[in-house]
Design a protein around this ligand. Structure first.
Ligand code: BTN
Length: 256
């Protein structure tokens, strides 16, 4: 791989419960360095946000985690790790001429259907980030989903049969591509290009240019995103003219 850091070392596991969990154990044993990637095509007990599980059929999708050590990134700016990751996934999908949007905080959607999820687990040292485990799941070949709001790349582009039958080489190439996009945005982050990254994030963010529907406290609202703060909280402009700030899990976006 030609990247400077991210993905230069890839630990490829035939099967694992969760690549995030695996990386966490590696960190405990002190056997990690920045940019290391753990990848499997058979993740049996993937972790999602909010204690959910991330389901992925064997041999069909991308499931991997990377280690970053942005030691100078203040903890209150850790949301920028979500920003760079979701931007990288969108860029990756754009290479297939697919228009993708970010659903706050870091899901990636195609036509309002979720194609990718990101689980970021940070360990802090004082007010700084010590380690960040960035776990990414992207649905590639899978076409049967237990929920109607999911999608995959195969539902938008036609893959040659030999790629579906022998998915590993193509998944590996995709992994390399995504790592190079994450690296591009990570360097922007290390160079302090916060405003530029935030503007890029807004340009891909669902609800920023056009309204979205959400439910909060059992009520439905049509809203627009006013801003996302550096700590990740979001300010929404509701259709009754008021604005409200929401934290994680405090509202649901309606994907119709
Ligand atoms: C979400 O709930 O949207 C986040 C899903 C994150 C899934 C990925 S798959 C690779 C990595 N390992 C895990 O156990 N989870 C993340």
């Amino acid at each position: 791989m030609s990247n400077l850091i991210i993905g230069n070392t890839v630990i490829e596991l035939p099967e694992v419960d969760s690549t995030n969990r695996y990386v966490k154990n590696l960190i405990k044993s002190g056997k990690v360095f920045e940019g290391m990637v753990v990848w499997t095509i058979r993740q049996t007990n993937g972790r999602g946000q909010q204690g959910n599980t991330w389901l992925s059929n064997p041999d069909e999708n991308l499931t991997f985690s990377m280690v970053l050590t942005p030691k100078n990134l203040p903890a209150q700016k850790q949301f920028y790790l979500s920003i760079i990751t979701s931007l990288a996934v969108v860029d990756f999908l754009n290479t297939y001429r697919i228009d993708a949007q970010i659903k706050w905080p870091n899901d990636v959607l195609i036509n309002n259907r979720k194609i990718a999820g990101v689980l970021i687990e940070n360990s802090l040292k004082g007010r700084r980030i010590n380690y960040s485990i960035i776990g990414i799941g992207i649905n590639i070949f899978q076409t049967d989903f237990p929920i109607p709001t999911a999608t995959s790349l195969a539902q938008h582009i036609r893959f040659p049969a030999q790629e579906k039958n022998n998915p590993k080489p193509v998944l590996q190439t995709m992994l390399e591509k995504i790592c190079s996009y994450v690296e591009k945005y990570y360097f922007m982050l290390l160079n302090g290009k916060f405003d530029e990254l935030k503007q890029l994030y807004y340009s891909r963010l669902s609800g920023f240019q056009s309204p979205i529907t959400i439910t909060a406290n059992g009520q439905q609202f049509t809203t627009r995103v006013k801003q996302v703060f550096d700590n990740g909280k979001i300010e929404l402009q509701l259709n009754n003219g008021t604005t409200r700030i929401f934290g994680f899990k405090e509202f649901e976006t309606v994907l119709d």
